[in-house]
Design a protein. Structure first.
Length: 224
């Protein structure tokens, strides 16, 4: 098999550069869509509108406990609850195996930080952002919500939840711009392509299951 041949003329090089530039532009279109679709609905903790539910996305566990990034999301959600901005917290993450219960650990953390247990609802099958958004509406009946995540992820979360049919605002949790933050930002560029496909095709979540009344029951109960 013959190897790749480099251009030998100035015109050939110009065409090669133009082709590469065009491919890069097309490749970045999903990321641009995420920024445009989600950016206008991102707010600070102080000025986010009040909504019935906050949806908190998982961000991993270490030794069964929330990672620092996840703990910061949960702290922000607890602050929203204490401020009366939301009434119910829907925590969504991966509980695909008995040894790894991300949403259960999130619930335990919130209760330990003063959120009444009856106001925390667990989604055990939030395996990715689209699944969490789709299940929030289709399984838990959420229509309006505040989403809580880090700044590098929140626009994609907003864009996907809006595509899933929810009316949402997002709160982006501030973090130091360390290695984890830059890695998360780089991952978002790649994840934007999947997000665009999910928004266009509306695939069913990996696990849908029957409707669950936890959110509606929590909303119907008096605030503790």
């Amino acid at each position: 098999m013959r190897g790749l041949r480099l251009p030998r003329t100035r015109t050939g090089w110009r065409r090669t550069v133009q082709t590469v530039a065009a491919l890069c532009t097309v490749g970045l279109l999903p990321a641009v869509w995420v920024q445009l679709a989600g950016g206008g609905r991102v707010r600070d903790l102080a000025d986010v509108p009040a909504e019935p539910v906050a949806v908190v996305f998982g961000a991993g566990l270490t030794d069964g406990r929330p990672t620092p990034y996840l703990a910061h999301r949960l702290d922000a959600a607890a602050e929203l609850y204490r401020a009366g901005k939301v009434r119910v917290l829907l925590v969504t993450g991966d509980n695909s195996r008995t040894s790894y219960d991300e949403p259960g650990a999130m619930r335990t953390y919130l209760v330990a930080h003063g959120v009444p247990s009856g106001q925390v609802v667990v989604d055990d099958a939030g395996f990715d952002t689209w699944d969490s958004c789709s299940r929030a509406k289709r399984v838990f009946g959420v229509r309006k919500a505040v989403l809580v995540s880090q700044g590098f992820h929140i626009r994609r979360a907003v864009a996907l939840c809006e595509a899933a049919g929810l009316d949402v605002y997002g709160v982006g949790v501030d973090e130091p711009h360390d290695v984890t933050w830059f890695a998360g930002g780089a991952r978002e560029v790649l994840a934007a392509t999947k997000a665009a496909v999910d928004a266009a095709l509306h695939p069913s979540p990996r696990f849908l299951g029957p409707p669950e009344p936890g959110v509606s029951q929590a909303l119907a109960s008096p605030r503790p």
